[in-house]
Design a protein around this ligand. Structure first.
Ligand code: CA
Length: 230
């Protein structure tokens, strides 16, 4: 999907020039020439990046940015007039991601846009990774990093212990029978003893419950095991 860029610029010629260049690069572009409308659109959540001029009718760029930052962290590149040092300073203070001084070479603007979008994409990916972690009380399990921590202290687990704990956490508050756990953690074709589940639950308990003095994995007599939020 192409990135969507909002251009808030009242000088029609400049706005049109930027629009054409950005479209040529494959971006989807919307332009607006008035400050209040600019703020409204910038805050709408519909754009991946905002190019924001400072001298605008209605509401100036600095004020737009100040209000925008109360509700949105959309990347913003300020377009400032030449030598307007104060503008740059206030823009960055207000939470602009970058600025470019007019007149600018389009290549420089494109480079800054790419950088801004890439930074945001990286931050987004890190967040997504963080969100995929599983929690129960003070216990955290991060599938991607293959890490388990209890209250910030790393817990070393074998591959099988890790999968067993992951399965229990993915089904938090649901009691899982021994057969279900066998199937999910050891696989359908597992031919060994069914008490292997009990054995591995014991391993997990010795590494987590005993060590940190908690009761993480509960035995439901005659049924199986569960990890519950207290
Ligand atoms: Ca202007």
């Amino acid at each position: 999907m192409p990135s969507k860029i909002l251009v808030v610029e009242d000088e029609e010629k400049i706005a049109r020039f930027i629009e054409l260049e950005l479209q040529y690069e494959g971006y989807e572009v919307e332009k607006v020439t008035e400050g209040r409308r600019g703020l409204e659109l910038a805050a709408s959540g519909a754009y991946d990046l905002v190019l924001l001029d400072i001298m605008l009718p209605g509401l100036n760029g600095i004020e737009i940015l100040r209000r925008l930052r109360k509700s949105s962290d959309v990347p913003v590149i300020m377009l400032t007039a030449r030598d307007a040092v104060m503008d740059k300073v206030s823009g960055l203070d207000m939470g602009a991601d970058d600025y470019i001084t007019k007149p600018f070479a389009i290549e420089e603007l494109l480079a800054r846009i790419r950088l801004c979008l890439r930074k945001r994409a990286t931050a987004g990916a890190e967040n997504a990774e963080g969100n995929s972690a599983l929690f129960c009380g003070k216990l955290t399990l991060c599938p991607k990093r293959h890490e388990v921590q209890y209250d910030g202290t790393p817990v070393e687990l074998t591959g099988r212990e890790f999968s067993l704990l992951q399965t229990l956490l993915e089904n938090k508050n649901i009691v899982l029978g021994r057969d279900t756990l066998l199937e999910r953690v050891w696989g359908y074709d597992y031919m060994g003893e069914t008490n292997v589940v009990d054995v591995y639950v014991r391993y997990l308990r010795s590494k987590i419950d005993d060590k940190f003095d908690v009761k993480l994995i509960k035995t439901i007599r005659g049924v199986g095991y569960v990890v519950r939020d207290e």
